[in-house]
Design a protein around this ligand. Structure first.
Ligand code: PMP
Length: 395
């Protein structure tokens, strides 16, 4: 009998399991629409040219591999704050920035900070959402309450969110929001809805936790930030979790940031020290490579321009796929209009589980269990066949 004999087996993340199943499938015509990894028009997930250039310059010039500080690379933290906050907020209202292990690390650091300091607060999460949100917040010992973000007929459920903000949430509760490129629906709150959301958050005295993992892939780098700016300008404090996985293609290098911004007169040093203390006991110091790369790109005008062009081309590809899908009057049971007006890398196809399994097992078409598809994996070589197949299995 050993210590470990009675360990229960924990089921793997369902999305990662399907992605692994897809990887093991070598049948011709396989289409993997599962994981949110960008693919270009030729089906590749390339390294950005701007990243390659920055990396070679870093490798040539680096002189040490000594530890970073717990908060990470200062040029990276400052450059990310400059990138995503408005000039006014950067100078007046940035309270703290910490480099994190991707967007997940930012969420986890934010979650731990919130649970340590506001143990009585509930965190409200609209579902469907990114498959890891609820688990990360529970792991941080936060009390998670969910509400239906989507209507049973599809489309976003603004009334349900308003009900939370005006009736259910108590002062001091936390609300997790994705301002752009909603994962998994692609169906973002409109500007008018967002303005109302912001007003109610302020009225109810709630703490917004904002998750931005697809900056630049919605409309463009500037427009994708307007909702964030509205929130930061009007709320006391906004926590922002930012991922560089998609928009720098640095998935495996784990680059992200947690920013705390707002109008509060809380002591920035105290806040920074709290975040640093959590990081210190978790992983001590973050890795350098990805953050140095991003910092270098954002502060070198030629590379920055090249990066902006690369993000623009990703956004254009996603937009083309949406337009091409929407050119079909009907795709199985799907409302193509929602696909057309959606933003970012995903949309959800309202297919029953039996059809999703049939597509997987018989046709090597892999999508998430909830019908979410990665639009970037569609291109002119596979889009028509995909639409025809959905129509066929649905008929
Ligand atoms: N938030 C959302 C909405 C996401 O979709 C993802 C990743 N797919 C993350 C956070 C985590 O990002 P990262 O891979 O940088 O940890």
């Amino acid at each position: 009998m050993s210590f470990l004999d009675d360990l229960p087996f924990l089921s793997p993340d369902p999305l990662l399991s399907v992605a692994q199943q897809a990887e093991r499938d070598h049948r011709i015509g396989k289409l993997d629409l599962t994981i949110g990894v960008y693919k270009d028009r030729s089906g590749q997930t390339p390294i950005f040219k701007s990243v390659k250039s920055a990396e070679s310059s870093l490798v040539q010039n680096e002189i040490t591999k000594s530890y970073l500080s717990t908060e990470g690379v200062p040029t990276f933290c400052n450059a990310i704050a400059d990138l995503i906050l408005s000039p006014h907020d950067v100078t007046c209202n940035r309270l703290a920035t910490v480099q994190t292990l991707g967007g997940t690390g930012a969420l986890s650091l934010a979650g731990r900070f919130l649970s340590d300091n506001f143990p009585e607060s509930v965190i409200w999460i609209g579902t469907p959402t990114w498959s890891n949100h609820v688990a990360v917040m529970r792991q941080c010992d936060l009390n998670v309450q969910t509400y239906a973000r989507s209507l049973p007929t599809g489309g976003r459920n603004f009334a349900a969110l308003m009900d939370v903000l005006t009736h259910k949430a108590r002062r001091g509760d936390i609300i997790l929001l994705q301002p752009i490129c909603h994962n998994p629906t692609g169906d973002d709150w409109s500007k008018a809805e967002w303005d109302e959301i912001t007003v109610q958050i302020v009225k109810a005295g709630l703490l917004p936790l904002v998750d931005i993992a697809y900056h630049g892939l919605g409309q463009d780098l500037a427009s994708d930030l307007t909702r964030l700016h509205t929130l930061v300008e009007q709320t006391d404090v906004t926590l922002v979790c930012y991922s560089c996985s998609k928009n720098f293609g640095l998935y495996r290098d784990r680059v992200g940031a947690l920013l705390v911004a707002g109008q509060s007169n809380v002591q920035p040093q105290a806040l920074q020290s709290q975040l640093a203390a959590i990081a210190r006991t978790n992983y001590s110091m973050p890795p350098a490579h990805g953050a140095l790369t991003v910092g270098h790109i954002l502060t070198t005008p030629v590379l920055r321009q090249q990066w902006e062009n690369e993000v623009e081309s990703m956004q254009a590809h996603l937009h083309t796929v949406r337009t091409q899908l929407a050119a079909h009057k009907q795709i199985g049971p799907c409302n193509v209009q929602t696909i057309a007006t959606g933003r970012g890398m995903f949309c959800m196809l309202p297919l029953p589980p039996t059809i999703i399994m049939l597509l997987r097992n018989e046709y090597s078409i892999y999508m998430a269990d909830n019908g979410r598809i990665n639009l970037a994996a569609l291109n002119e070589n596979n889009l028509l066949q995909f639409v025809a197949l959905i129509d066929r299995v649905w008929a």
